[in-house]
Design a protein around this ligand. Structure first.
Ligand code: NAD
Length: 497
């Protein structure tokens, strides 16, 4: 084992968040918070302090059935609204989220331990998602009619799919909910959403804030576990499509449960994004890019720049620059300043998973060039870490750690860089760093990932699609493609002969 401790990190704890404004207790069904069917509850923790913030209902099959019934009841009337009416509702929702940004940012930071800057970005991005979908709803037209068979005119109608079941993760609780709610409602569907059991508060608060803007039953929220609530949504015969953002294992379970009713499935799963740094790259820009995109949200990010593949001739220089960048990362509790870059891990369980992965790194004899340790509590803080000397095929290159850990491996030819980058079960995102025009055009085409950045990483815009290949799932979030995914096409043919 070679461990070099080149810097010492501390958790800044100055300053406190304002007390979070908690949502009402209950399941949000049929436009209001209703008493859950059972008295079981789930504690919701602040992972930066380990304090329990509140408890939410541990939803049951009966809760899901009631929410699906409300969504079914609301389906025909919402589908019959014009795109202009749905667009107006989404614009009002965007305004409400923006007006309440402080409440939502505080709640998000308190429930996830994320820095103020990340919580702020989450809410701004969510606002933009609602505004984009409001516009897209009106620009989403079908094909023009034409005669494709003699004396027969064909019209292709775009219809809502019906009731959508949605299951969201904990890393960007409200933003991942917005990525689904906005296009699903824009396309004329009704829905039942289950937030992560660890981070339900901002989604519940959102429901409270926007309740008056939507007809009862259009949006329903049921809290509880994946095993019970998520599984019931996946198998429910009246749910027409189920969409999950989460791990590969949960996606596989959802797809399996969905198969009995032959419903459509939309999967946004894990990632292990390669960052391919060629010998002609601007190494300083690449190192800064990895500092920001590898450690954003504490690396708890499906597109995180977590696996660097660097040309052997520049590996030493690049690693030096990266280690310098990462050594400067500031760590703190959400209230401790706008310049804090990383906060706590989401939970005790996840913190222990990331530390176990670092133990494996040590057992595998890899070099920890910076970081590698837990930070003193309270709170689940881990040092930003760079692991070097990673051989081809090492476990750290293949498994999603989902924490503040970036690994560095080397390659000697373009062919090897492409082959090795593609050697992963995931296919969500990748980046290429080069100043060579030919490489910048040819390499992205050969990479098996749904998003490829050139000289950048983790820049996301609502106009362009987000989603993976291979084990990262199928289905697209954001852009007009999300509205398509939550629509169905119908061919109507008129005989005028
Ligand atoms: P997770 O899979 O543990 O949980 C995600 C959601 O699935 C939760 O709401 C959970 O309750 C639910 N769930 C769990 N088991 C289920 C089951 N059997 N049936 C139905 N629902 C079930 O994931 P997480 O730990 O919350 O989030 C991290 C994962 O999400 C990572 O793998 C990350 O890469 C992925 N992610 C992907 C994207 C993307 O856009 N592709 C975005 C964010 C996160």
């Amino acid at each position: 084992m070679t461990t070099t401790e080149t810097s010492s990190f501390t958790v800044r704890r100055s300053g406190e968040l304002p007390a979070p404004s908690l949502p009402p207790f209950g399941q949000f069904i049929g436009g209001q918070f209703v008493a859950p069917s059972s008295t079981d509850t789930v504690p919701v923790e602040n992972p930066a302090t380990e304090e329990v913030l509140t408890r939410v209902p541990a939803g049951s099959v009966e809760d899901v059935d009631a929410a699906v019934a409300a969504a079914v009841a609301a389906k025909a009337a919402w589908a019959a609204t014009t795109p202009k009416e749905r667009s107006a509702a989404l614009l009002r929702i965007a305004d409400i989220v923006e007006e309440n940004r402080e409440i939502l940012e505080t709640l998000e930071a308190a429930n996830t331990g994320k820095p103020a800057a990340v919580a702020e970005d989450d809410i701004s991005s969510a606002v933009d998602t609602f505004r984009f979908s409001a516009g897209a709803a009106r620009a989403f037209t079908t094909l023009g009619a034409d005669d494709y068979a003699e004396n027969h005119t064909s019209v292709i109608l775009r219809e809502p799919v019906g009731v959508v079941g949605v299951i969201t993760p904990w890393n960007y609780p409200l933003l991942m909910a917005a990525w689904k709610i906005a296009p699903i409602l824009a396309a004329g569907n009704t829905m039942v959403l289950k937030p992560s059991e660890q981070t339900p508060l901002s989604t519940l608060k959102f429901a409270e804030l926007v309740a008056a803007e939507l007809p009862a039953g259009v949006l329903n929220i049921v809290t509880g576990s994946g095993r019970v609530v998520g599984n019931r949504l996946s198998e429910h015969p009246d749910v027409d499509i189920v969409a999950i953002t989460g791990s590969v294992g949960s996606g596989q379970k959802v797809a399996a449960s969905a198969s009995a009713s032959v419903k459509r499935v939309h999967l946004e799963l894990g990632g292990k994004a390669p960052v391919v740094v060629f010998d002609d790259a601007d190494l300083e820009a690449a190192a800064k890019g990895v500092r920001s995109a590898g450690f954003w949200n504490g690396g708890q990010e499906c597109g995180a720049a977590c696996r660097v593949l660097v040309h052997e001739s520049v590996a030493e220089k690049f690693t030096e620059l990266l280690v310098r960048e990462v050594s400067e990362i500031s760590i703190g509790t959400p209230g401790s300043g706008d310049d804090v870059e990383i906060g706590s891990m989401i939970s005790g369980d996840h913190y222990r998973r990331v530390l176990a992965a670092l133990e494996d790194v040590r057992k595998d004899g890899l070099t920890i060039a910076v970081g590698g340790n837990a930070l003193e509590g309270p709170g689940y803080f881990i040092e930003p870490t760079v692991v070097t000397g990673v051989p081809a095929g090492a476990a750290i290159s293949r498994t999603e750690i989902f924490g503040p850990v970036v690994s560095v491996e080397t390659f000697s030819s373009d062919e090897e860089a492409v082959t090795r980058a593609n050697e992963t079960v995931y296919g969500l995102a990748a980046s290429v760093w080069t100043t060579n025009a030919a490489r910048s055009l040819s390499v992205p085409r050969r990479l098996d990932f749904g998003t490829v950045w050139v000289n950048s990483h983790l820049v996301i815009a609502n106009e362009v699609p987000w989603g993976g290949f291979k084990g990262s799932g199928y289905g697209r979030d954001l852009s007009i493609y999300a509205l398509e995914d939550f629509s169905r096409t119908k061919h109507v043919m008129y005989n005028h002969g």
